[in-house]
Design a protein around this ligand. Structure first.
Ligand code: ADP
Ligand code: MG
Length: 681
């Protein structure tokens, strides 16, 4: 049967294009789109028995549907069964939708319950109108939730995957040689693919099914094979030897501070790598605030001083902008041209910048991942610095290597946002050499961390007021925690309004992902310049943002965040000489996991300790619910959760590539990336 996506029922060009964003290019790829988590829709919960924050399937008749205008246009539909009543709330909806939910219509819906003392609601539930004479059966297996993209519904994905399973499963190739599969005790591939897309209900309790183990194992093997290949390839590649340290020395002299011993050591390590005509592949780890940017700048100065180009990639535009501002201050006096390649630029300006990159007038190019897209042609790119990456996958590293000019490939310096436990660094970044900054610059104020329940928010506001009187500044972070973007947005705005009304004489900024990049930058710059006392923000400010005068970090819903994220956010304060405080606000009740996280973060300020703790805490309990995809952008394996499998895998697969070259090739292709053209070794 055809493997073409278009031969699936209901799939046309529009859907095909959306699927390609998920790296799905044919039906077989659909089978390898791995669920992020599962939902239990095998039971209908009586409406009277709903409890807060529970994800449930309910069924009932519409009592009343109406559109209200309270601040914004909202569709409310009240649903009841024999046991109780619940309100469905929609912020974006069509008139047709409103009509269809007419009185007495039977509706089945799934969503997360929000229960207060006065109301029970589900916001933006998935729902289905049901014919009472022909009630469809409930799911008999758990319902998978897939990574998706805008305009592609879960229902659509599920139905396509079902069809693809029917047509392709029999022809999916088993790539693990039998002897290896036996030694690793893993089940056959086809069975596991079938099970991963519709696991029996018991899965939820079991956590780690044999099917999952099989797929995780296969993916880890593929990744290890890819790492080895990168390492081997790298060593065979040529790079430009960067030997001129004049500009580096000039920059060092001109800095307003002296480097810490760690920074000096790391700069030396980098310098030695750069002098050699083989590409550097180095991972730079250092705790939040340890001063990685200046180290990167010194490496960049060596490249620029040697008449070559350096690209500096940041995870967000906000951060790219900040780096641009810093680097301009450092490099302008040296007469070295720095440009910022923003994603949205007027055509003329863009053309000019692209031109200056191509003809080599710009030596230092800063931007986001757009730096490595088609339109950008470098004149003589010799160094790539990748900043603050939570995830910088094997596939990205490979594709960077393909950005070669003539015969040589750029040196790479990869800086992590959070220190990685040693075992993980060895595996996730096994192909890289490693440098560590293990001290903070002198003269930093301490950061105290306190955990308070949301009932004490008023007290927090008083504390904030005191600090503002001392001319310090405050971050107030509302993380994105709701499933609906609309609600997230509301949460930030509500907090902003609330703080405005409480802190009347203060000026309060707002920055979130929905603002366009110009407004974001302006909000950040205003805050940095001290024009605002408080900055209410989503986690867009999570990494990198550097404002030395900020001394309080308030984090709402801190119980929902992971340890590294909390540590990153906390790292936004304590950057100047002032004593700082990080206030973690939580909502009761706290799960035991959340309790452990909050106490770990309160106890320690050491990123290396926190990352070890993070690894330890992320036990199997979080498996099915976890959103974070681990460090290296894996589809199903989670390097933190599954690292323990690696020693055995590496032992058994030491000679895999030599013994099974064809399978190795196909495994890398299947799991690590479809679009990558490997440099042939
Ligand atoms: P991170 O490692 O988190 O990226 P940054 O590079 O943003 O940290 O550095 C944090 C702040 O510390 C910046 O304002 C930077 O200029 C400053 N800094 C870096 N190195 C030193 C140093 N050796 N002494 C004093 N301040 C430093
Ligand atoms: Mg940084």
């Amino acid at each position: 049967m055809s493997n073409d996506l278009r031969s699936l029922r209901g799939v046309g060009p529009a859907i095909t294009e959306k699927l390609s964003k998920l790296d799905v290019h044919n039906q077989a790829d659909l089978l390898f789109l791995m669920p992020i988590r599962y939902e239990d829709r095998t039971l209908v919960t009586p409406i009277g028995a709903l409890s807060h924050d529970q994800q449930v399937l309910i069924q009932g008749r519409v009592l009343l549907t109406n559109i209200v205008y309270r601040g914004r246009r909202t569709l409310l539909s009240q649903l009841s069964d024999d046991t109780g009543m619940v309100t469905l709330r929609f912020f974006s909806f069509s008139n047709q939708q409103a009509k269809n939910l007419s009185r007495n219509t039977l509706v089945r819906c799934f969503g997360r319950v929000r229960k207060t003392t006065t109301s029970v609601e589900i916001i933006h539930p998935e729902y289905q109108i049901i014919d009472p004479d022909n009630i469809p059966p409930l799911a008999s297996t758990l319902t998978p939730i897939y990574p998706s993209t805008k305009g592609l519904s879960q229902g659509k994905l599920r139905s396509m995957i079902k069809l693809a399973l029917d047509s392709q499963l029999h022809s999916v190739e088993e790539l693990l040689p039998k002897e290896i599969a036996d030694l690793l005790h893993v089940m056959p591939l086809r069975e596991s693919l079938e099970a991963i897309h519709s696991p029996p209900k018991t899965e939820q309790e079991e956590g780690f099914s044999p099917a999952k183990l099989r797929l995780v194992t296969e993916e880890l093997i593929a990744n290890q094979l890819a790492l080895k290949r990168i390492k081997r390839t790298t060593q065979l590649n040529k790079a430009i030897a960067l030997k001129n340290t004049k500009e580096k020395n000039n920059l060092t002299r001109q800095l307003p501070f002296t480097l810490t011993n760690s920074q000096e050591r790391v700069v030396r390590e980098i310098e030695e790598d750069l002098m050699v005509p083989r590409p550097m592949m180095r991972l730079l780890q250092g705790d939040v605030g340890s001063g990685k940017t200046v180290v990167a700048a010194l490496a960049i100065a060596i490249a620029a001083g040697s008449s070559a180009q350096a690209a500096f990639m940041a995870p967000t535009e906000l951060l790219a902008e900040q780096h641009y501002n810093n680097l301009k201050v450092w490099f302008d006096p040296l007469g070295i041209e720095v440009v910022l390649l923003k994603s949205k630029l007027p055509a003329k300006e863009k053309k000019q910048i692209l031109g200056s990159i191509e003809d080599g007038t710009s030596s230092i190019i800063i931007g986001t991942h757009a730096l490595f897209q088609g339109a950008v042609n470098y004149n003589n790119l010799a160094l790539v610095v990748v900043d603050e990456q939570h995830r910088f996958g094997v596939d990205q590293r490979l594709s960077l290597m393909n950005k070669s000019i003539s015969d040589s490939v750029p040196h790479q310096l990869i800086m992590t946002a959070t220190p990685i436990p040693r075992t993980l660094a060895m595996t996730a970044y096994g192909d890289l050499d490693s440098s560590v900054i293990n001290e903070l610059p002198k003269g930093r104020g301490t950061i105290e961390t306190v955990v308070v329940s949301e009932e004490k928010r008023e007290g927090v506001i008083l504390r904030v007021m005191d600090e503002i009187k001392k001319n310090r500044q405050i971050y107030w972070v509302c993380p994105l925690i709701e499933e609906s973007e609309e609600l997230n947005f509301e949460a930030v705005e509500t907090t902003h309004k609330n703080l405005k009304s409480k802190l009347k004489s203060c000026s309060i900024g707002l920055v979130h992902g929905k603002l366009d990049s110009l407004k974001k930058t302006k909000a950040m710059l205003d805050f940095k310049k001290g024009k605002q006392d408080v900055l209410v923000a989503t986690t867009v400010i999570e990494v990198g943002v550097d404002v030395a005068n900020a001394s309080i970090m308030v984090i709402e819903n801190s119980e929902r965040l992971g340890l590294s994220q909390l540590h990153q956010l906390r790292g936004r304060v304590g950057r100047g000489e002032h004593k700082s405080i990080c206030i973690l606000i939580y909502k009761k009740p706290l799960s035991s996991m959340a309790k452990m996280r909050l106490s770990a973060i309160r106890e320690s300020n050491d990123g290396f300790y926190i990352s070890e703790k993070d690894l330890e805490l992320r036990g199997p309990g979080e498996l099915l619910g976890t959103k974070q995809k681990g460090i290296i952008g894996l589809k199903i394996a989670d390097i933190a959760r599954d690292a323990h499998l690696l020693p055995r895998i590496n032992k058994l697969c030491a000679d895999f590539e030599e013994n099974y070259p064809k399978q190795a090739e196909k495994l890398i292709h299947r799991w690590v990336g479809n679009q990558i053209e490997y440099r042939k070794v």
